[in-house]
Write a protein that binds this ligand. Structure first.
Ligand code: GDP
Ligand code: MG
Length: 137
């Protein structure tokens, strides 16, 4: 069964949105296979965001992701990788469509980084790589 790696970012945890976000994942029909709440290490974040190293938003992003606890989730279901990306909505909460997690709940105004509540793997390869980072065997 297809699986993906979802993160609820520190803004989602701090704003008390864990339940609301997990409810949307479950309501869609995906299965929660693993769920963990804790503060990420610098090593985990460097590995997770390696593809963005060198971009202007990289350091603000890593700093933001270190601000407080995050929830890492393995979810499974048919089409869950693109399906969760659809549920999450566009990267920028201001342009994310209503009905999506970022469109309904995301607030990034006045910020140096997009505090857009969630991460979802963007391909099978990313999903397996990211699951290995957050849930090492
Ligand atoms: P995602 O797959 O939709 O999460 O987006 P990306 O993989 O492109 O970027 C990773 C994360 O970096 C995003 O979720 C945002 O939190 C942040 N980010 C991406 N692009 C930008 C940008 O252009 N400006 C800022 N400030 N943050 C960004
Ligand atoms: Mg991405």
């Amino acid at each position: 069964m297809e699986r993906t790696l979802i993160l609820i970012k520190p803004d989602g945890v701090a704003r008390g949105l864990i339940g609301a976000i997990v409810a949307r994942i479950e309501a869609k029909g995906y299965t929660i296979d693993a769920l963990n709440l804790r503060t990420a290490t610098a090593e985990e974040l460097a590995a997770h965001y390696a593809e963005h190293e060198g971009k202007p938003f990289y350091q603000p992003l890593v700093d933001f992701m270190s601000e407080g606890p995050i929830v890492s989730i393995i979810a499974s279901g048919e089409g869950v990788i693109p399906g969760f990306r659809s549920l999450a909505g566009a990267t920028d909460p201001t342009s994310a469509a209503p009905g999506t997690i970022r469109g309904d709940l995301g607030r990034d105004w006045g910020e140096k980084v997009q505090k857009n509540l969630v991460h979802g793997s963007d391909s099978t390869e990313s999903a397996e790589r990211e699951i290995g980072i957050w849930y090492p065997a």
